[in-house]
Write a protein that binds this ligand. Structure first.
Ligand SMILES: [Zn+2]
Ligand SMILES: [Zn+2]
Length: 172
């Protein structure tokens, strides 16, 4: 116990108890907006939460089918559409996959940092980036309706691994 809270990373597996709380919170947000949480919808949310990272619709379907053979691609897409509308799921355009958002209470602009080596996704919200994007839109006469910025690269742990694997490299 050193008293410092680790920065939340979307692909780090949270404890099971924390997962359950997150699930309950997301479902409450949903119900508060007058939306029903069906079995399929809950299963999709649970699978994304258990993964702790991004999944494609196909990967989601595979996971759902382990528990429920009746799961269909159309059902998975409907559930994803539902959670995206509720703000609980973000779509990653660059990798055609979906990720859980743990703070869907209010619509929010944000940045998603995606590691192309391990697939780790970190969601962050830098107001400066959002403001710059808004300014840019205004200058160029655009009304922007998607405020999630996807940034791709190699994460810290993959870079560390890569350095360790470099032949002939000696520690500094
Ligand atoms: Zn989000
Ligand atoms: Zn990585």
């Amino acid at each position: 116990m050193n008293g410092t809270a680790p920065m939340y990373k979307a692909t780090q597996r949270p404890e099971a108890e924390a997962q359950l709380r997150t699930l309950e919170r997301l479902e409450t947000v949903c119900r508060a907006r007058g939306r029903r949480v069906t079995r399929q919808r809950r299963a999709v949310l649970r699978a994304l939460l258990a993964e702790g990272g991004a999944l494609t619709a196909y990967e989601l379907l595979e996971r759902l089918r382990v528990e429920d053979g009746r799961s269909t691609p159309a059902g998975v897409y409907r559930a994803l559409e539902f959670w995206m509308a509720a703000g609980a799921v973000h779509r990653l355009e660059s990798t055609r996959s979906f990720i859980l958002c743990e703070h869907p209470e209010a619509p929010h602009p944000g940045q998603l940092l995606i590691c192309r080596e391990c697939g780790q996704v970190v969601e962050t919200e830098d107001k400066g980036v959002a403001a710059a994007a808004h300014r840019l839109g205004e200058q160029l006469g655009f009304v922007l309706d998607r405020h999630l910025v996807e940034l791709t690269g190699v994460c810290g742990s993959c870079r560390a691994r890569g350095r360790a694997a470099e032949p002939g490299r000696r520690p500094a």
